[in-house]
Design a protein around this ligand. Sequence first.
Ligand code: PGA
Length: 251
Amino acid sequence: MKRRPLIAGNWKMHLTIGEAESLARAIARGGIPADRDAMLAPPYTAMAAVNKALQGSSMLLASQNNGWEEKGAFTGEISPVMLKDVGCSMAIIGHSERRHIFGESDQLINKRLSGALKYGLVPILCIGETLEEREANQTFKVLETQLRGGLTGVASSEADKLVIAYEPVWAIGTGKTASEDQVQEVHAFLRTLLKKMYEKDIASQIRILYGGSVKPDNVDVLMSREDVDGALVGGAALQAESFIRIIHFNQ
Ligand code: PGA
């Protein structure tokens, strides 16, 4: 089963409106090969400007988080309807920084994911173990809890829209990439788990991205592994040249 690769850039809490607009333009100028998807997740304040800058490009727009209700008294939250209104078609959910800095639980993440699906955003569910958990041989257990917790209540009929991102916490922003063998081992484990949770042909369509210090010099080897369907890129997405190179992996 061939899955369409997705290269996703997460700008986190970086860039003013003007900076984001010119970076988006520069990245879009690099082009996107027709056989893959590419996506940018700017900070909320820059979304409208980035959406405009991306007109005429196939670059997709995503949020870094989302609320689950259409509207209401939810100070500080952004509704999925508002995100669609500003041009988003995807949503990063459960990023390790949300889990570890802001204390988001699997239960909260599941609400966000259900809200994204309900209002038509494609969720990218991020999961990943800490270094302590890996060293204590808890990796698979932690990932299974996060995957099942995040996907509670998601029916097979909706599962084909899901994207999963495996992001080991110890590899994010540290310059330490997981080896391609470590990544493939985890992705194969996740694929098997998804096949237990959903019908096999649906589970085999779900894209599993790797994230954690993906750079121009390691993307090709990561993307050559069977169950690696894309990359979620932080630091290297903040420069046009490196992100363009990552989008053009294996070319
Ligand atoms: P990084 O971040 O590429 O800077 O390690 C990845 C992420 O947090 O998604």
